[in-house]
Design a protein around this ligand. Structure first.
Ligand SMILES: [Zn+2]
Length: 326
């Protein structure tokens, strides 16, 4: 495990609301008048073995989102997460969240973004980690709300925010419906990644690529099409792979496609998706992959190196990371 912890890591796919420390959630639930024991909080935010779908998995975000209802808490959650990742050997992390899920009478969407950026910046100044924040558009949100999220990203671009994403229920809300949201993001020169090919198929990945995405969240259904695999290689697309998450949402049963994808030459980055919901961390995820597939520690090191070219950051930052990881 020591060797795994010591690998300098790049994390590109992790959700803030799904990765809040359970002790913090328990503390905040008490403050907000809920009468949950620590175990009850854990049950509400951690996925059960019986989880059968992405939608059941997404239910685990209800309580964290409800509790992340002030600037102080969003800042604290962000700061703690970046510090935790730093302790796990992560040298660069892109943490994502949907600011519009945290609005209330005391908090505007600007407040939410500023709080998360502030938490990240405080963590960065007290550790070795670097990173940025990705703002998530949500599949179940209105067009107007997603445009608002893109506008927010523009407002804070290069001030802590580095890009946008599309998250949520992929099977009910098809990716192609979000064409105008991402053509708007493209017009504003905002980098983006899109969850696609997780709970929906190759056509979803096709839509995300046609919008101009260079990174795909999950994208594992690419294995259903040889043409798609070839397209990912030819167009130099990175898949943000989250193995445990895929098993828990049951979009993967049996062997995980990561091994096949790497063997075929598709670039992948290894991620956790949601540390608290899945009860994992990046090191346990690396260990799981090494123990259960033919992927080696050298393959993982290479995936980290390859991921650098896809981060939403300057060439100076990319070169800095290449020196650390190379
Ligand atoms: Zn995700």
């Amino acid at each position: 495990m020591e060797e795994i912890i010591n690998i300098p890591k790049i994390v590109l796919h992790i959700h803030l609301d799904g990765s809040v420390d359970e002790k913090l959630l328990y503390e905040w639930s008490k403050e907000d008048g809920f009468d949950f024991s620590f175990e009850e909080v854990r049950k509400k935010v951690q996925v059960e073995k019986s989880c059968k779908s992405l939608n059941q998995y997404l239910e685990k975000f209800d309580l964290p989102c409800r509790l992340l209802n002030s600037k102080e808490r969003l800042k604290k959650a962000s700061q703690e997460l970046f510090l935790k990742l730093d302790r796990e050997g992560v040298v660069y992390a892109e943490v994502r969240f949907a600011p519009l899920k945290h609005l209330n009478n005391n908090m505007s969407c600007e407040d939410a973004v500023e709080a998360v950026v502030l938490g990240m910046n405080e963590a960065i100044s007290n550790s070795q980690i670097h990173g940025g924040i990705i703002l998530c558009c949500m599949r179940n949100f209105s067009f107007e709300d997603n445009i608002k999220t893109v506008d927010l990203a523009k407002k804070y671009l290069n001030k802590g925010v580095i890009g946008v994403d599309l998250a949520g229920d992929e099977s009910s809300y098809k990716t192609e419906k979000f064409k105008d949201v991402f053509s708007y993001a493209k017009r504003l020169n905002i980098p983006f990644t899109i969850h696609a090919g997780e709970a929906d198929g190759v056509s979803s990945i096709n839509s995300a690529l046609s919008f101009g995405a260079k990174r795909i969240g999950h994208g594992i259904r690419a294995i259903d099409s040889k043409e798609m695999i070839q397209r990912l290689i030819d167009d130099d697309i990175l898949l943000e792979i989250c193995v445990s998450s895929n098993y828990q949402t049951e979009v993967v049963k049996g062997n995980h496609p990561i091994e096949y994808l790497i063997k075929k030459g598709v670039k992948v980055s290894i991620n956790t998706d949601n540390d608290t919901v899945s009860n994992i961390n990046i090191n346990s995820e690396y260990k799981y992959i090494i123990d259960n597939t033919n992927i080696t520690i050298e393959d993982i090191k290479l995936s980290n190196y390859n991921a650098i070219d896809f981060i939403f950051a300057s060439d100076i930052e990319k070169n800095r990371l290449k020196k650390i990881i190379g």
